[in-house]
Design a protein around this ligand. Structure first.
Ligand code: CO
Length: 207
């Protein structure tokens, strides 16, 4: 019954809050006074890749943007605002762009199966597939999909490199590193794609 589904969440929440307070009585008071997360996580909306759980971070430690296929689109007011606020106001030290293997958004782009708004949303990944289809088209479809998931992370890191707030931060001498990561649903492990950008010079050279 739907009411029970929701009731369960309230019960879970109460137990969680009580256990946090038992372990650290000042936890909520401290967080209520402000946040200064070190990380901005840009990940997929996929329910299997929750930022705090897979990184072992607690509330207050990571600012989060999640959307279908972990994208940083320049015309997306939500993404642009999140990056502005995280970099310009909170002054995060690291931005983690985290894709994942088995991404349905990437698969929809690859297969051309997404329609309407979702189709529009993943059209830049579809372009990415069209660009690389010559090389990737000969691979086993699952391998091709995995490579496209990685290339999508690269594409989003590149987009972030052009973001005004990010460039301004570097201009102002603020320490800010962008990292491209990918998560494997099969084993729960994050892998570093070694897509690392920490200055304007590196950003301009990043392809
Ligand atoms: Co996904």
């Amino acid at each position: 019954m739907p009411a029970d589904d929701i009731q369960q969440l309230f019960q879970n929440n109460r137990l969680w809050a009580e256990s946090v307070e038992r372990e650290d009585p000042a936890f909520f008071t401290r967080l209520a006074s402000g946040q200064s997360p070190k990380y901005l996580w840009i990940g997929c909306s996929d329910s299997r890749v929750p930022a705090t759980t897979v990184t072992g971070l607690k509330p207050g430690e990571v600012f989060v943007l999640r959307n279908v296929a972990n994208q940083v689109q320049q015309n997306d007011a939500s993404a642009m605002s999140v990056v502005d606020f995280a970099v310009g106001t909170l002054g995060v030290r690291h931005i983690l762009v985290c894709g994942h293997y088995g991404c349905g958004g990437v698969r929809a782009a690859m297969e051309g199966s997404a329609k309407g708004t979702l189709g529009q949303w993943v059209s830049n990944i579809q372009e990415l597939w069209n660009t690389h289809e010559n090389q990737l088209g000969n691979l086993d479809p699952d391998d091709a999909h995995a490579r496209l998931c990685e290339l999508n992370v690269r594409l989003q890191v590149r987009s972030l490199c052009q973001h005004a707030s990010v460039r301004q931060a570097w201009e102002d001498g603020q320490a800010l590193d962008i990292h491209g990561l990918i998560y494997a649903l099969e084993d729960g492990r994050l892998r570093n794609l070694n897509l690392h950008v920490s200055s304007r010079t590196q950003a301009d050279a990043f392809r």
